[in-house]
Ligand binder design. Sequence first.
Ligand code: PLP
Length: 379
Amino acid sequence: VARIEDLSTPCLLLRRQVLAANCARMATRMDGLGVALRPHMKTAKSAAVAALATRGQDRPITVSTLAEAAYFLDAGFDDITYAVGIIPQKLAAAAELQGRGARLTMITDNLEGVTALSEEAARLGASFDFLIEIDCGAGRAGLPPASPAVLELGRRLQDAPGLSLKGVLTHAGHSYGCRSSEEVVAVAEEERSGAVQAAEALRAAGLPAPVVSVGSTPTALHAARLHGVTEMRPGVYMLGDLDQMALGSCSLEEIAAGVLARVIGHNRQAGHLLIDAGGLALSKDLSANRFLDNVGYGRLCDRSFTPLTERLYLAEAHQEHGMVKAPGGAPPPFERYPLGSEVVVLPNHICMTAAAYDGYHVVNGAGEVEDFWPRATGW
Ligand code: PLP
């Protein structure tokens, strides 16, 4: 057991008990709603976290890169959905993973791309399972649920040598724009009904659509019903962050990860403290600022994740400097934070922040560092 004071900063802390509770809460909720949980590991990128998140399931997961897929396959997770549109150039890597035992599912929304995907599959002597990506309102990628292109793409996938259709997938990214839990409930219903509508249209045309995959953290936590859905893919809920807190997806106590940093300077003239966590240590994501004041690039806690009474926050972030201010322009209490003082910064968006680190220093309830859990990196 190591001590927090022995860690070099900045580094990423992960509260094991909070993480375990977040994972159990989601698994129980999905059981209650009668759908499988296929957690999205894009946030945590850790096999130890995936083991907690998939408790009691047949260990299906979602990933956002083929590097993650390779990492999780090596850790024994072989049922993997790669939930980012695939291109022919990436199929050789996918085939290599399948050769090592992965059961991969990929997604596309591109009619014109099917021929090239099929030709590449033939060249590789491989075959691939596909879900059609549906846009249920987020506007990022996917076909509208009622579009005739869904059927056309379904037919082309099913007819193309080396490719087969398994169903549909959608992600309600627009849940992040909601202002109330009622709005999230409504977006969750859009997500559900859009995916189910597309799957039913495929089935009515005689095409296979056994998989109806939906999910985001806000919709997974707020959906009132999931009839017709087969699986949910939330990811951020495992760790939590200020944006999820602002959206009502978690409380402050349920945030499991934060950046341990130390005070490296006092700028009394300008009225800020300096810490060794800046833009590279936290990312420049500002998402929670659309709902909350005095967030900036993150809010400060003590090393047991208790918010500081002075409500200090990271007002500016340079590459390796974080400038810490108090609300309303009050000078921070410099004497309470001598050089080397430890703070934990809760980030806006943990997916972006965690990407800067090789792994998590896992802390227990007593604040002891119990373990180091590596993260998958690269693409
Ligand atoms: N599915 C897809 C396709 C995603 O892109 C994401 C996140 O971006 C998720 C699921 C997980 O949602 P969340 O990040 O809200 O947990």
